[in-house]
Design a protein around this ligand. Sequence first.
Ligand code: EPU
Length: 302
Amino acid sequence: MRIEDPKIVAALPDLGVQLKPRTSLAELTSLGIGGATDLLSITRHDAIPDLLNLLDGQAIPHKFLGGGSNLLVGDGELPWVVLQLASPQPDIVLEGNFAQVDAAADLGRTVTFCAKNDLGGMEGLIGVPGTIGGALRMNAGAYGMQIGSYVREVKLYRAASRQMETLQGDQISFEYRHTSFAPDDMMLAVKLELPSKPYPEILKGIRICNEKRRASQPLGQKSAGCIFKNPPGASAGRMIDELGLKGLNVGDARVSDRHANFFVNSGKASAKDMLTLIAGVRERVEKSFGVILEYEVVVWNA
Ligand code: EPU
């Protein structure tokens, strides 16, 4: 979608918003799939309500993009514009055991920055691509930990009330790959409380998680991480593997040979290819195991 209304275009600089016309989302997502649309890069949180009023006034639909690492975007000209936070500098400020982190901060960099300052707890998240905001929204986790355990406060823009709000940790529920945030809430910043740990000890944990991840996941390939959530008490990857579906493909969309819950873009896969592959695998799992797998990947296909 193009933003062509001169009134909107003229108002953007004063709001600290940069218009990036016809941005390819294939280049902003770890799957390397997705069509094009206008992107609005936001440098000031306080400008968000005015920006959204402007867009709503012209009935321009929008979506919030984080790090694009858990996202499957549709093909072609996209029928909405994309809003993305630009990361301020510094994007992480430490005070005692608290880390105040901007939503646009890179997750891996946050884990290592905190580690170097003797703050641990998030070792399992090393190697998970994306931003702090994205990790927060879906309660990213791995190797027995989840980010929600460390969240004490979240600053967000609530589309429903059209206001910036600050929620305390106990006002938010964090479950397995799910939170109580509304789909159109925009994460802005988070305050984490992390346990003190000497850096060498954290580093040991980080190395162990890194090795496990490297051994079991296709890290060098374009993917969105796990496509499906694990059903209670089972592993989606193991079920897909047991059906012999590793390597199954639709065009360049392929079930990874290394981990069957990772679907990779091995070349020029389209969203249509990937969605067809996902639907096919889901159907096979349902037929054989009687389990309807739930998507973990977020799909923006309209
Ligand atoms: N397995 C297979 N074949 C496969 C994949 C896995 O037999 O192709 C078996 C493994 O051998 C193991 C079991 O299934 O016995 C579980 O596999 P793994 O340890 O890789 O964990 P997972 O349940 O597949 C979950 C998360 C990952 C996270 C890892 C490590 C989900 C959907 N997946 O994977 O998260 O990195 O544990 O904690 O919750 C993600 O969220 O995108 C993601 C990749």
